[in-house]
Write a protein that binds this ligand. Sequence first.
Ligand SMILES: [Zn+2]
Length: 79
Amino acid sequence: MTPWRPSSAEWLSEPDRAPDAAPMTHRMRCETCGRRSPTHVVFGVVQDWQVRHTAHFPDHRRFSETLTRPWRTVRGQVR
Ligand SMILES: [Zn+2]
């Protein structure tokens, strides 16, 4: 991903890939009733929740995913 320089010549914004960074997580929300899956680092886990939810409520078929990705700012030059 290319670093973005929004407004400062000194600071850059980039995904935080450091070993101690928080993991990227996923969560699914049913658009019909608002119920939400657990937050999990494995997308397949929230997809399992999604299909089980539809199995219990067959007319609940639209969902939205919330993805949380850690970001950081760093000093430096765009390469
Ligand atoms: Zn639902």
